[in-house]
Design a binder for this molecule. Sequence first.
Ligand SMILES: Cc1cc2nc3c(=O)[nH]c(=O)nc-3n(C[C@H](O)[C@H](O)[C@H](O)COP(=O)(O)OP(=O)(O)OC[C@H]3O[C@@H](n4cnc5c(N)ncnc54)[C@H](O)[C@@H]3O)c2cc1C
Length: 413
Amino acid sequence: MSRVTTIIIGAGQAGLAMSRCLSELGIEHVVFERGKLAERWRTHSWDSLRLLTPNWMTRLPGFQYDGDDPDGFMSVPELIAFFERYASSSAAPILSDTNVQSVERAGTGFRVVTSTGEWSASSVVVATGYCDLPTVPDASRRLAPSIVQIAASDYRRPDRLPEGRVLVVGASSTGVQLADEIQRSGRQVTLAVGRHTRLPRLYRGRDILWWLDRLGVLNQGADSVQDLQRSRRQPSLQLVGRPDHASLDLMALHSRGVRLIGRVRDIDGHRVCLDDDLLATTAAADIKMAEILSRIDQFIARTSIAAGPPEPFVPTWPLATDAPAALDLKSERIGSVIWATGYRRAYPWLRVPVLDVHGEITHTGGLTPEAGLYVLGMNFQRRRNSSFIDGVGDDARTIAQHIAQSVVRTRVA
Ligand SMILES: Cc1cc2nc3c(=O)[nH]c(=O)nc-3n(C[C@H](O)[C@H](O)[C@H](O)COP(=O)(O)OP(=O)(O)OC[C@H]3O[C@@H](n4cnc5c(N)ncnc54)[C@H](O)[C@@H]3O)c2cc1C
């Protein structure tokens, strides 16, 4: 059995940031990755995907975007190349094609069994991703077998879909991008809209994330929100990163011919039952967006920061009238359904008692109740941007400090 101080599971941005922080503190470690570095981006992205965060937000401990387009949005191959340079810059000790099969307690440390051998370590950092597996509603099991259904993580491009019209379920960042791309390819798209966070790409002459960064919204601490669980359940931002910096909201999709319907409630063969909630969800998203823009206006007034004039606010809810109560996929000639309904996590290999009733790792800021076991990259782990490239570094530094203190305590004892 090989021995090391710390084992990191996963070589995405979280695992790489963790490795960098441990290296800076001189803590011996290895990173196990079941595929290749940044495997999720290599295998779970559609061809046209670009980051929704601008390049200047690609900041990790000791490394950041240094190209000549800070306001642009990276394509997936560019992001993978960025992560490869990051890993090389600190000679990150990544063991690729090494799947972690079990983690269990062994004395005060852990025994970790992988597809390439057994290891023991004093500490383990789980960095296997917040967006590990797609969430697909149970109703999908009742869909007629003649309809092809896929999760968004399996979508690549329109010509890989079977003939016919397409139902996209979910209108956050992924859902609106897929609906737009497929509609532009000449297929009629119907978009089932659930809760979403509407935002314009640009506001008063600057990227919306620049304003939210300045307002301190993105790195707001978990201890400063009233209801952390509720904040963690907030729908993700309905934003896309495009070279033309255009917004992609329900209004833009509607003007391109995408049909908007309410949330999918249930399915029986070809019949899809819908909630009568399109008006309520679009109105809620309008109100939330108006609040955020008003905060930006107040910030501009308070600081006299240079900004363009406010753009007129155009609500989306008037588009939401006449939404149908049900959809007959056969008569609508819809041949495929894409579930863009979010992500979940599963840890069947984690044999340490830290999972709650929902199978999530219990933690406070990444520290689990089991000494020496950490998790990194969770949604709102310590800050609102914890699961973002720009936010994971701060959490990695905190965990690295914690590990360093344990190492010192062990050596002194
Ligand atoms: C479609 C999409 C777009 C996004 N766009 C942005 C964006 O624009 N900007 C932004 O900041 N964030 C974005 N995110 C959020 C976030 O940055 C990504 O989810 C990112 O992949 C999270 O990095 P991570 O390292 O936490 O997890 P991952 O990238 O998921 O990495 C986890 C790694 O662990 C490995 N692994 C899992 N299980 C095991 C095991 N048992 N043994 C060994 N290895 C294992 C996986 O192969 C994977 O490589 C986006 C997310 C999605 C889904």
